[in-house]
Design a protein around this ligand. Sequence first.
Ligand code: PFF
Length: 447
Amino acid sequence: MKKQDQWTSKTGFILAAAGSAIGLGAIWKFPYMAGTNGGGIFFLLFVLFTILIAAPILLAEFFIGRKAQSNAISAFKKLAPHTLWGTTGYLGIIVSLIILSFYSVIGGWILSYLARSLNGYFINKVQSDYVHIFDSIIENPVEVLGMQLLFMLITMAIIQGGIQKGIERASTWMMPALLVFFVLLAFRSLTLPGAMEGVSFLLKPDISSLTGQTVLLALGQSFFALSIGISVMVTYASYLPETENMPKSAATISALNIFISLLAGLVIFPAVFALGYTPDQGPGLIFVILPAVFHELVFGGILFTVFLILLLFATLTSAFSLLENIVAAFMKGRQDKRRRYTLIAGSLVFVIGIPSALSFGFLSDIHIMEKSIFDFADYITSNIGMPLGALLISLFVGYKIPKDLVFNELVQGSPKIAFVFKGWYFLIRYIVPFAIILIFLQSFEII
Ligand code: PFF
């Protein structure tokens, strides 16, 4: 039996954890959620929740993972033997399966766009074609399922290769490249005539559009975007060997995530208003708006292809972390089982994802709690599963684990970190769990 896999360097860990966090959450989900839930007020809540609730949980997950040096399920069992805390890990694995099942649907859409753009399909298209192109893709069962399968096969191939080789190598340059692209796109979008209406939609909170559901959705968004509550970051931090300033990593990743969400908003909303669309189009928003923004650029066709490759990569690095979480929990350190469990978990994810994939066409008439199958899968994971997991993690670190143990592991003798520790521990113990409970109760109109 081989020893636990490890990152080859500290940067490897940061890049992979940032790669897990930054993906469709900031680029695809944030704009459409903000677009359907009041714009500015959603953004404001998202930022507040990321700083006060999600980022502290991220650090708590890093702590659990590095301390226990084992997968999502065993980590809780190891730190609290003979208790029921292992349930938190099981919950995380189930939620990871469901998230990846619909995440891979969007991964498939990106592959569809990429295939078309490589074929030159978008050349000579006009703005009014984009809605039609999107609809024709998502309503075609063979295409969505085929592309979702392809996306899962790529994800599985990388996870079978193991940690360092697969994930780290690619993260190093593609993430920064994506960032540069977004700055360029935001610039183009902001200079379109009429763009300022989009800017105020995103940045001016309108309190009158605030509801209990908006608060819960913004909380769910902050969890989804940081990949927390389902122990993905426990698994990733378990591959961390020696000293590492984990508070700094958690802060950097959180800040980067807010920044990319903001940039995505500044690309999408100015264009939405300038080009005469509406912001409340749901999951298709970026797929309709982005081609239109690229259309306004010189060499737009080529740039769109490059952009789709980078977006695919950002999506894959998040998908890797979800699959790795599941596979690591199955493997329990037995590296020789990696290939087999990757195949089993990946196939399971694909099968669970079929109804979500078809819910935009063939199964579009089926609704659960007034939501399409896709939206329902997203809702129960982002807004119930992840907050519930996060609640358990905050109680675990804040109340179950002795404070000394947490202090020593995180602070490692640094007076600067000791100072930060105080504030963080206060949040984890007194603010995070109660805020989550309150938001739950209030959004379901219990209080
Ligand atoms: N954070 C990822 C994104 O924003 O695209 C999605 C995600 C990855 C959620 C991993 C949860 C997770 F565990």
